[in-house]
Ligand binder design. Structure first.
Ligand code: CP
Length: 313
């Protein structure tokens, strides 16, 4: 039962619980009307201490499509955070008004802290360079629906693997399935953190290699997960400018890729995927953004427990 739970880390749900979320997502995709009033009278609070397009708007669209309502802030300067209010007090207060919270914060661990002060479920919509579990649900639903399963894949993760929280969450999540192999493609300065390598990959005997050139290994990949170099997490502009053009996926590189490889990207992109690739049938990143709304609909239903209510009506 997921009712009343928070989602802070992709490992918070068991594989069985994840499967139920994906099943519900696909039922919502097929039968949207069945769910259009299921959250009547429920309120989602979106507390975004950092900018967002997809995560905030897909959460809001998700709740509205379920018949619920939304409130919140997308700019801390319009909230009492700007007067110095603590995260704990903000969360306690929002718990007096809403039924569920989706929050993004620049500090690693902020969502975890929030959940300890909250009387209602908290969903981590990204905490600094740490985790982004609902992006992972989005990525997994996309992989399930396009590739058919989560196992036996060679997955290339390319770009900013150091600060890319979506990468950290996805590696954790895919490591739970059988016989996946990871190719970690990044410049030296943006390699995946040691804790992911040691505590997730090495500890579980998962095959992985680290390389610095995409074109050398693109032909091996079943899934290519591109990421943006995270300007907002750099301490100096010079390093960002030097690294931002490290990997650009273009038609020349795609000619070497398998015909059934899929390209995913959490978005936003800057320059790492040329616009010419968008028309390639292997480019799945806008389909992925759409799946994100449906999986967030399913997640809201599960955490609020409204789906169980309907099943027994
Ligand atoms: N993928 C993602 O988190 O996008 P936003 O930053 O626009 O929410």
């Amino acid at each position: 039962m997921l009712k009343g739970k928070s989602l802070i880390d992709p490992m918070d749900f068991t594989l069985e619980e994840l499967e139920l979320v994906f099943e519900l997502s696909n039922d919502i995709i097929e039968n949207p009307k069945k769910y259009s009033t299921i959250c009547n009278g429920k309120l989602l609070a979106t507390l975004f201490y950092e900018p967002s397009t997809r995560t905030r708007l897909s959460f809001e669209a998700a709740m509205l499509r379920l018949g619920g309502e939304v409130l919140g802030f997308s700019d801390v300067n319009s909230s009492s955070v700007s007067k110095g209010e603590s995260l704990a007090d903000t969360i306690r207060t929002v718990g007096c008004y809403a039924d569920i919270i989706a929050m993004r914060h620049p500090k690693e661990g902020a969502a975890k802290v929030a959940s300890t002060h909250s009387s209602i479920p908290v969903i981590n919509a990204g905490d600094g360079g740490h985790q982004h579990p609902t992006q992972t649900l989005t990525d997994l639903l996309t992989i399930k629906n396009i590739k058919g399963n989560f196992s036996n894949h060679t997955i290339g993760l390319c770009g900013d693997l150091k600060f890319g929280r979506t990468v950290h969450s996805l590696v954790k999540a895919l490591s739970r399935y059988e016989n996946n192999r990871f190719i970690l493609i990044s410049p030296e300065e943006l390699k995946i953190p040691d804790y992911i390598k040691q505590e997730i990959l090495e500890k579980n005997n998962i095959e992985f290699i680290e390389v610095d050139r995409l074109e050398k290994i693109i032909d091996e990949l079943d899934i290519l997960y591109m990421t943006r170099v995270q300007k907002e997490r750099f301490f100096n502009e010079e390093d960002y400018v030097r690294l931002k053009g490290s990997y650009i996926l273009n038609e020349e590189k795609m000619r070497k890729a398998k015909q059934d490889m899929i390209i995913l990207h959490p978005l936003p992109r800057v320059n790492e995927i040329s616009n010419e690739i968008d028309k390639d049938p292997r480019a799945c990143y806008f389909k992925q953004a759409r799946f994100g709304m449906f999986v967030r609909m399913a997640l809201i239903c599960k955490l609020l427990g409204v789906w169980v209510d309907v099943e027994y009506r």
